[in-house]
Design a protein around this ligand. Structure first.
Ligand SMILES: NC(=O)C1=CN([C@@H]2O[C@H](COP(=O)(O)OP(=O)(O)OC[C@H]3O[C@@H](n4cnc5c(N)ncnc54)[C@H](OP(=O)(O)O)[C@@H]3O)[C@@H](O)[C@H]2O)[C@@H](O)CC1
Ligand SMILES: Nc1ncnc2c1ncn2[C@@H]1O[C@H](COP(=O)(O)OP(=O)(O)O)[C@@H](O)[C@H]1O
Ligand SMILES: [K+]
Length: 479
């Protein structure tokens, strides 16, 4: 499991550790890791041109000490100081002692454009409210330069706790982060600015419960439902799909296609698209009765393409089994009916649907994904899977939010959300908790999307077809 902790938690762990270590030891650990990562990226350190962007805090101190290490290995290192009178003194002395130089901000543009490597030490976890005006041009020069850009701890200008980007931020090829990932490195839009992320262990002792968790292959593998010798189709779980309409029969077909590959023993379809479903997937059990009379299931999926069938949504919400609500179902679901449920509920909005439920703009959900997912979970008393470039899954009772690391923008294609709803619903029917079904479903779906796309456009049905390959890839992690 990859985890991320809030700034407050990092600060507390840092204080606790610093009390036991010699002064400056922690910064030396950070700087050593940073310098090693820069050297790896440069390939050849000797003779390379390195520019340090140095702010007024310890983030700038890290950059200066790392710069000193690179200068001792023969790099030409120049520091651009944003606040010369408040620069980390010992760090600056170390750089100068190693042969590094300091340039005024007037020389910054030319230096950065000619550099091989730019080290962004403008601001780290002490930053708030986006880049200050004096730092904005430097981010622009770094973006225009052919130099590799390495961010110290996090790209300056992204909010460490949320991934929000207020105005301009530095775009990094690599972020070298200390002690733990910060939430903003895993959640868009911040994640996009971070490039690849390298974690340097500086010995922080962190609490059990993280702010954010990203499942990895091994974590998913142990959660995948696998039939045993005693299994039969009913014991594996039956998932009911209430989806589709005369206008949108395809949504039903796609949700069923995901459900058939999600580990349930049987898929029961209820709705007006039974002919389309059966002709594509003859193994589906179909019913033309409403969900309340369709026969037993262990979990329901309701919503994809149902149009205005509020009755199907209301019937499903009354069922005493796990329920996944998606798409039209989100619009039609009565909030008090969702809140009154005692069995688990998983809601799967994209940013636009989440915005409508919260009564805010889509842009504000996209800018503050973590807060939006948490707020929705609280309001509805349901687990919320917020879809998009970094899919998040939040439980209503709090705890670590799961962030999905496997997505690909190729998944932004009509109907791929329907496949996800069937898939995650199937995992619910197989017995996973709402948090696990959502996060394991998103992980499989993202990986299937990557495998199916392989760098080229795909259709939603391709994602469903690639789920078994994704599943096998994950299972192999246990071998
Ligand atoms: N925690 C750890 O375990 C370890 C932490 N370490 C390192 O320390 C870093 C944290 O250092 P930090 O606390 O000194 O804060 P930092 O990020 O340098 O920024 C504060 C300074 O920036 C300024 N400033 C603020 N906002 C700004 C903005 N928007 N745009 C521009 N400037 C802005 C602000 O100015 P002021 O408000 O005072 O005018 C203040 O002077 C951390 O990220 C990591 O790199 C490692 O060395 C070892 C282990
Ligand atoms: N930029 C993106 N990067 C990664 N995944 C994305 C991106 N955009 C959308 N997705 C994923 O694609 C799927 C789209 O679902 P949804 O918006 O419900 O579309 P539809 O209603 O057409 O099925 C979701 O799983 C979502 O997380
Ligand atoms: K930084």
């Amino acid at each position: 499991m990859r985890t991320a902790y809030s700034v407050e938690t990092v600060r507390a762990a840092e204080r606790e550790l610093m009390a036991r270590l010699a002064e400056g030891a922690l910064m030396q650990r950070a700087a050593a890791g940073l310098a090693a990562a820069c050297a790896d990226l440069l390939g050849r350190v000797y003779g390379s041109r390195v520019v340090l962007l140095v702010g007024s805090g310890d983030n700038g101190g890290d950059a200066l000490y790392a710069g000193a290490r690179l200068a001792r290995r023969g790099a030409g290192v120049t520091a651009v100081l944003l606040a010369p009178e408040r620069t980390h003194g010992a760090g600056l002395a170390a750089l100068r002692g190693a042969g590094g130089t300091v340039a005024g901000s007037g020389a910054a543009e030319e230096l950065i454009l000619r550099a091989d490597l730019v080290v962004d030490g403008i601001v780290g976890i002490g930053g708030k409210g986006g880049l200050r005006p004096e730092a904005v041009p430097l981010a622009g020069y770094a973006a225009d330069s052919r130099a590799a850009v390495v961010a110290v701890d996090l790209p300056s200008g992204i909010e460490a706790d949320t991934g929000e980007v207020l105005g301009t931020a530095v775009r990094a090829d690599l972020t070298v982060t200390f002690g733990t990932h910060k939430p903003g490195l895993l959640i868009d839009p911040g994640r996009e600015y971070a490039g690849s992320v390298r974690l340097v262990d500086i010995g922080l002792e962190l609490p059990e419960e993280a702010e954010l968790e990203a499942l990895q292959h091994a974590d998913v593998a142990v959660r995948l439902p696998v039939p045993g010798a005693e299994s039969d189709k009913y014991r594996r779980g039956v998932v009911g799909i209430a989806a589709g309409s005369a206008r949108y029969p395809g949504a039903a077909v796609l949700a069923v296609s995901g459900a058939l590959r999600g580990g349930a023993g049987a898929v029961r379809y209820v709705g007006p698209a039974a002919d389309a479903v059966i002709s594509r997937f003859p193994e589906t059990l179909v019913s033309d009765q409403g969900p309340a009379r369709a026969g037993r299931v262990q979990a329901w999926v309701v919503g994809p393409g149902v149009g205005d069938d509020a009755s199907a949504v209301a019937q499903v919400l009354e069922a005493d089994v796990s329920v996944l609500v998606d798409a039209d179902g989100l619009r039609l679901a009565d909030r008090s009916a969702v809140r009154a449920r005692t069995a688990p509920t998983l809601m799967t909005p994209h940013a636009g649907e989440a915005a409508a439920l919260l009564g805010v703009s889509r842009e504000s959900v996209e800018a503050a994904r973590l807060a939006s997912a948490r707020e929705l979970a609280l309001r509805y008393g349901a687990t919320v899977l917020l879809k998009g470039s970094t899919t998040l899954v939040a439980d209503p009772q709090g705890g670590a939010v799961r962030v999905n690391p496997t997505g690909t923008a190729w998944l932004a294609t009509a109907g791929s959300g329907d496949v996800l709803s069937g898939l995650a619903g199937s995992l619910l029917a197989a017995g996973l908790s709402a948090l696990d079904a959502g996060s394991v479903g998103a992980y499989l779906h993202g990986l299937a999307g990557r495998l199916a796309a392989d760098g080229a456009p795909l259709g939603a049905h391709d994602v469903a077809a690639a789920i078994p390959e994704a599943w096998r890839d994950i299972r192999d992690a246990l071998r």
